[in-house]
Design a protein around this ligand. Sequence first.
Ligand code: PGA
Length: 252
Amino acid sequence: MRTPVFAANWKMNKTAHEAREFLSKFKTGLSGNSEVVVCPPFTALGVVLDECQSTPIAIGAQNGFHEASGAFTGEVSMAMLHKEGVTHVIVGHSERRDIFGETDGLIQLKISAALQLGLTVIFCVGEHLDVRESGGAMALVESQVRAGLNEIVAAEFGHGASLILAFEPVWAIGTGKVATPEQAQDVHAGIRDVLSALYGADVAERIRILYGGSVKPDNVAGLMEKPDIDGALVGGASLKVEDFLAICQPVY
Ligand code: PGA
């Protein structure tokens, strides 16, 4: 039985002050059986870490660089995040791939660096609409999974404990067009097959696979009914306390 995970990806939203306001309400309302991760922008990480001390809420970054330190203007390293108390990091989000040109090779370096520090990686994969329409979604997702995990062995992610996959079809992100539970389940089951081929069935069974792309309070239950959907990576709906609570409160 996999514990569900709900991760808030705030993207480039919320000042430190707004983050504090959100969390002071959110943490008092939170219950349920799921793991909850909040991923604010870098500028709000300090406040969020402070607000979430002694709560079950885990804190994640939305990105991190694989080198530990040095002349990398504008970057924040995985090592720096780890030192500050961050426990999770999103890697390979489609916005990083598409807007900032992140390649599968760079994503692999980031995953490897984060895992070596003991960070839990939320590794995102997903296809664009043209790929889905041409029938190539699963092949593309498989190639992303294999490339991102290239040369990474199961011991590096605690045989499942510190690796979370997130299937995020790009056409569903921020568009209001959620994948149907069946469309998502098909790809999730396919990802689990790939993980099984790479690491064996036991490890694959332990890895949580989240769905992301226009998850809202009114569509999350249908997604969570599917056997290979283990939670959600939530953008827009995670910015409102009531909506994110409604998504991660129920006992799944
Ligand atoms: P969305 O974003 O929920 O706003 O579609 C999800 C994501 O990009 O992680």
